[in-house]
Design a protein around this ligand. Sequence first.
Ligand code: IPM
Ligand code: MG
Length: 362
Amino acid sequence: MSHKILMLPGDHIGPDIVAEADRLLRCLAADFGLQAELEYANLGGCAVDAEGAPFPESTRALAQAADAMLLGAVGGPEWDAIERDKRPERGLLAIREAQGLFANLRPAILFPELADASSLRAEVVAGLDILIVRELTGGIYFGQPRGIRTRDDGVREGFNTLVYGADEIERIGHAAFAAASRRQGRLCSVDKANVLESSELWREVMSDLAAQYPHVELSHLYVDNAAMQLVRAPKQFDVMVTGNLFGDVLSDCAAMLTGSIGMLPSASLDANGRGLYEPVHGSAPDISGQDRANPLATLLSVAMMLRYSLNESALADRVEHAVQAVLGQGLRSADLAANGVTPVGTRAMGDAVIAALRAQTD
Ligand code: IPM
Ligand code: MG
């Protein structure tokens, strides 16, 4: 059966990096037996320009019919002044919500070849392998009421609502406990239960779930401490589970431990394993269209797609090994290159990964 993959290049470097994913997928189809049909749609600023909305109906229909989606990145300064509902980021939030993509998996793995690219000392990060499980369709990102209003005294105020139902906490909890069971069996739940009622419930529900996963060791941290521990001794973590906003912040922090945010893939899954895959980084308007973006996070997102949505874990391993081989050859994109090393462009990096894939002998 052929897999339907919806490609959503998005804005700025999005098309640069998704072009490399397209070539990788076509190589997997031509040489490794992957059955896939690629379709394209607009999401983000490009969709506002072409179709008047950041998540247009046409994209919604194609997303609904796809087995998996691959997103580049959305956003850029040209859409900064646009009305709030048309912001590119709203398109991303809307597709997450419409497709029920509540479980966001963000692995932060340090390739040994990149230990020196981390801002932390190599011994602090060597062997790092963390999975952040972020709740993606609830919490303060979606809570109502929200808005900007004018108070009786004439002063304007902005407001948002942080609300989590026990059902939402439970389903992300199950996803995280299940992930921890497949790894080292340690789960750290991150909240702010010393201040927030929503976190008090979060902690209670997570603690109750633990009884169903006797092989997983559950711990809890307040988010401020978790941020500190991530940069102090990151290897203490196996899986971390947290809400939408805390997960947004902590995942960028964890990403940087690995040398560059340009290396990190992610998966956003629904209850049935259908998903949207995207690099954790943004649209980098300053380098778009210049063949300078690092495509590796996007290619690693293709690997996650193969593993989680397309049931092709052997191909996922191949892609990950090919990326590692390219790093082993010393190739570095601009975000990773040390002083004196000539950086490799987006296209050449994509070429090298495809060549490494074809060179695999097993
Ligand atoms: C992310 C991004 C998004 C988020 C933005 C672009 C809406 O930062 O995926 O981490 O905040 O979720
Ligand atoms: Mg973010």
